[in-house]
Write a protein that binds this ligand. Structure first.
Ligand SMILES: Nc1nc2c(ncn2[C@@H]2O[C@H](COP(=O)(O)OP(=O)(O)OP(=O)(O)O)[C@@H](O)[C@H]2O)c(=O)[nH]1
Ligand SMILES: [Mg+2]
Length: 421
């Protein structure tokens, strides 16, 4: 049996009521993903939240009644709750109360599979708890010089906090170790062009990765199905191999603790040569979700990265006007369906154009019979032309600078060796 849940939102004005209803719709999807059953939703229009309970007095009474009438187990607020507000509400309504951030943290905990994701989630949860403890502490000290916190031994609050700090420090150490191992791995693949998928949760990123690379990543109609980073090679064209990475999705009001603890997973985005911003074309909130993703990209420092907009799930869109508007609104965007494979050629072509625009063309002159060097060039890039000119090989190659520079050094050494003999 799922938990019976009541969702509550606060709108600053009646004009904002509709936006809040939409936000509650998303909160409902999160609740279902977490295994709960949404029994009822309530929105209160209130320009100024009540400092003690967030919602107003009348609403508190209504909540208590609704909870009793519908046998509610848990109340989820779409707004951020201070620890005091949470406690006051629980006392008044006599039901457990959490906020949106706690719910998202819960889903992350449920979906974490890899060791790294598990550590990251626990760290975020403890940081969330710590801000609550700190909140309590500062409130106490504002009440005048530590009354209630003094005594012969440590207070319970201080013991809790110390344990929390110790565990947080241990988790940070574990993450750092995983980070170092990853750094070794990524050194090995630094020559390849890296494309990273970013986008709102449930947009269709993993489906797209599977379609492009046959990766076999888990796809599901749940929010935050993917919490780790999966990287797969993809041969974009002959001799143009790129790496495609699928990673954790975003959402409006993603808790800051999660952004912080998933820093290393999200750093894939910072190392990308190109970000594919994947958007569900069939979503009614397309523009708002794009904004939310852009905000999060900015928050992690990836705002200036080259981006290619990819609208997926076009097979769900039956109104051509919708697709036309997207195509017109976002320059050089691509329309695809990860499910049917429609539009993949367009995506491949646009990607190849982007990849090759970051490449350079170099001409190499090699001693005849140095097939080893010729073969190095074939590995380092795409050979455009290869012919014999006055007793030398002339090879023209398009590729990335670092690998071509390494071959250049080998060629110079070979030529110097010939000259000195
Ligand atoms: N009809 C249709 N459904 C799609 C398409 N792409 C994805 N879906 C469905 O949308 C849901 C989410 O797909 P995922 O690929 O898991 O989305 P995601 O962006 O990886 O989501 P998270 O990892 O949870 O953030 C699944 O139920 C998919 O089957 C598509 O092109 N067409
Ligand atoms: Mg996914």
């Amino acid at each position: 049996m799922g938990w019976r849940i009541l969702l509550v939102g606060l709108a600053g004005s009646s004009r904002l009521r509709w936006a809040k209803a939409e936000s509650l719709e998303e909160l409902a999807a999160l609740t279902v993903t977490a295994g709960g059953e949404v029994v009822e939703r309530l929105i209160q229009v209130k320009p100024r939240p009540d400092p003690a309970t967030l919602v107003g007095k009348g609403m508190v009474a209504e909540l208590r009644q609704t909870c009793r009438a519908h046998r509610i187990d848990l109340l989820i607020l779409d707004e951020e709750l201070t620890p005091t507000q949470q406690r006051n509400l629980e006392d008044a309504v006599q039901v457990r109360v959490i906020d949106r951030a706690a719910l998202i943290l819960d889903i992350f905990a449920l979906h974490a599979r890899t060791a790294e994701a598990k550590i990251q989630v626990e760290l975020a949860q403890l940081e969330y708890r710590r801000t609550r403890l700190t909140g309590f502490g500062t409130e106490m000290s504002r009440l005048g010089g530590g009354i209630g916190t003094r005594g012969p031994g440590e207070t319970r609050l201080e013991v809790d906090r110390r344990r929390l700090e110790q565990r947080i420090a241990a988790l940070r150490r574990d993450l750092k170790k995983i980070d170092r191992e990853r750094a070794v791995q990524s050194d090995r693949r630094q020559d390849l062009f890296r494309v990273v998928l970013a986008g709102y949760t449930n947009a269709g990123k993993s489906t797209l990765l599977n379609r492009l690379t046959g990766a076999g990543v888990k796809v599901s109609d749940q929010l935050f199905a993917t919490l780790d980073a999966n990287t797969k090679p993809w041969d974009l064209a002959r001799n143009v191999r790129i790496l495609v990475t699928d990673t954790v999705g975003f959402i409006r009001k993603l808790p800051a603790q999660l952004v912080a603890s998933f820093r290393s997973t999200l750093s894939e985005l910072l190392e990308a040569n190109l970000i594919l911003h994947v958007v569900d074309a069939g979503d009614e909130q397309v523009d708002r979700k794009i904004d939310a993703v852009n905000d999060t990209l900015a928050a992690i420092g990836a705002a200036g990265k080259p981006v290619l907009m990819v609208f997926t799930q076009t097979d769900r869109v039956f109104d051509d006007a919708v697709l036309k508007r997207l195509k017109r609104g976002y320059a050089r965007s691509v329309l695809v369906s990860g499910q049917t494979g429609e539009g993949m050629d367009d995506l491949r072509r646009e990607l190849l154009r982007r990849v090759e625009s970051g490449m350079v063309v170099r001409t190499f002159t090699l001693p005849l019979h140095r097939y080893d060097l010729v073969s190095l060039l074939h590995d380092a890039g795409r050979v455009l032309e290869q012919r014999e000119v006055r007793g030398r090989y002339r090879v023209r190659v398009i590729g990335f600078k670092p690998p071509l520079a390494r071959v250049r050094a080998r060629v110079s050494a070979a030529l110097a060796a010939r000259r000195s003999t």
